[in-house]
Design a protein around this ligand. Structure first.
Ligand code: GLN
Length: 305
């Protein structure tokens, strides 16, 4: 049995004060108000042992990490038909790019870039009675906690400045791949991104991708084993946009980042680990978060490869 607490303590100490060339995202003005010094890590193993260090108990905006949760709920509801609306190929482009949509006739490359997540939100709106409420309840059930909330501040801040997402949504609608009202889809998308969680909560929520025992909760199947495999596969190939290859190369785990500075990574059959450090590298992924996870899988010799 590895001493995870000692391992994360040591890496944390080593990285806490390194020179971090990244920048806190401020294109969503409300995210720019978060202190760059936050740094937290939490790992939860499949036997439910949990180890944290630093700001692991502080809530932050999970942003694109929510794309795994919207995908999971949509996949649960519509099954394989989902792939008629969104593809499963790495984009090799930034998360908010419009470039490939023209050639791909409005079918986003994958559900983890903004275009793909917006289509997934459209699918959810078509199937949920009260999309915001139902999605939040889905997340609360996964977390076994009613203490999860959207941040109105962050969602509204993004709504005011979300020009690219508005462009993406309109562009996809022009190809017929958005079925609902543009404003409703964007509002739902911005809210899903604004959910706040701690590293500890994140590493617990995502256990369902680490161990089949967590795939069934309260008698309900979240996903089948085969579907969970597929979500992990998309995380490995697409979870970090045009840095997905680099993350697989350095860390060797399926994972997903958000512009709030969080990263979740999964070691199937072993653990889920969440890291939070708000300064982002040029590709929009947490600079220190990537370093931490690289060091962690190196020290524990525990990647999937
Ligand atoms: N809400 C953010 C956006 O749409 C999410 C991006 C991210 O976390 N990479 O720009």
């Amino acid at each position: 049995m590895k001493n995870y607490q000692d391992i994360i303590n040591n890496i944390y100490k080593k990285l806490k004060n390194i020179d971090d060339p990244g920048n806190v995202a401020d294109y969503i003005p409300e995210l720019g108000t978060v202190s760059a010094d936050n740094f937290g890590v939490n790992i939860t193993t499949t036997d439910r042992a949990s180890y944290g260090i630093g700001d692991y108990n502080k809530k932050f905006s999970i942003q694109s990490i929510s794309k795994i949760l919207t995908l999971t709920l949509a996949y649960q509801i519509v099954g394989e038909k989902l792939w008629e609306r969104v593809d499963v190929e790495p984009s090799g482009n930034p998360f908010n790019s419009l470039l490939q949509l023209e050639a791909d006739l409005g079918k986003p490359r994958n559900p983890f870039i903004n275009a793909g997540a917006i289509v997934v939100c459209d699918v959810l709106i078509s199937h949920l009675k009260n999309p915001k409420e139902d999605f939040l309840n889905f997340c609360r059930d996964l977390c076994h906690s009613s203490d999860l909330q959207y941040s109105d501040k962050v969602a509204l801040s993004e709504k005011k400045t979300g020009y690219r997402n508005t462009a993406l949504c309109n562009f996809i609608k022009s190809f017929g791949n958005i079925k609902n009202n543009i404003d409703d889809v964007l509002d739902f998308y911005f809210y899903t991104c604004s959910i706040e969680m701690t590293c500890e909560e994140l590493s617990k929520v995502f256990l369902f991708l680490a161990d089949e025992h967590f795939l069934c909760q309260k008698g309900n199947h979240i996903l089948t084993i085969s579907q969970a495999k597929r979500v992990n596969a998309i995380m490995l190939t697409c979870g970090f946009y045009d840095e997905s290859g680099e993350f697989a190369f350095r860390v060797g785990l399926p994972g997903k980042s958000g512009v709030g500075g969080g990263i979740i990574a999964i070691h199937p059959d072993n653990y889920a680990i969440a890291v939070w450090s708000p300064k982002l590298n040029k590709k929009g992924n947490s600079y220190k978060g990537m370093h931490f996870l690289e060091q962690f899988t190196t020290d524990t010799e525990s990647s999937i490869f």
